[in-house]
Ligand binder design. Structure first.
Ligand SMILES: [Zn+2]
Ligand SMILES: [Zn+2]
Length: 143
């Protein structure tokens, strides 16, 4: 998608990362993503683990095993959710932590919805992303 070096991190700056070769941008509103982020919808971008470097003073984020194959990553100082580190060599970063989230690779390609929001509520949620300038394609795809 892009060779841009993506930078980002947590609220306090203790956890910082740079990453390359983003793929599979998607939103999710499953109960784990909601609890992990405190938001109704999380916007994820995935990377091969080898393409993510934790370069802040805190190094690796703290990890909480949320399911059999993934651990949720967060800053031990400020508590910000930063991503998910899978056992498979994949790291998903929460695009809200990117320094420049308004890029094409942040436009979600699908919504990984694992709970039963009614359709109208889902569309309103996606419209909110659009209002931030992130997701015109998603509204068309879901209309
Ligand atoms: Zn922090
Ligand atoms: Zn989820």
């Amino acid at each position: 998608m892009t060779t841009e070096i993506i930078t980002g991190g947590c609220l306090c700056g203790h956890i910082r990362y740079c990453a390359q070769h983003p793929r599979d941008p998607h939103t999710c509103s499953c109960s784990m993503c909601r609890k992990h982020t405190g938001a109704l919808t999380a916007l994820w971008v995935e990377f091969d683990s080898k393409n993510v470097t934790w370069n802040g003073e805190g190094g690796m984020p703290s990890l909480f095993r949320s399911s059999e194959n993934t651990r949720r990553a967060f800053c031990p100082q400020c508590g910000s959710s930063v991503g998910a580190v899978d056992d498979a060599p994949v790291i998903a970063l929460l695009a809200g932590g990117f320094d420049n989230p308004g890029r094409d690779y942040c436009i979600p390609e699908y919504h990984s919805l694992r709970m039963s929001y009614r359709r109208g509520q889902l569309i309103r949620r996606i419209m909110t992303l659009t209002d931030c300038g992130l997701s015109p394609a998603c509204v068309v795809a879901d209309a």
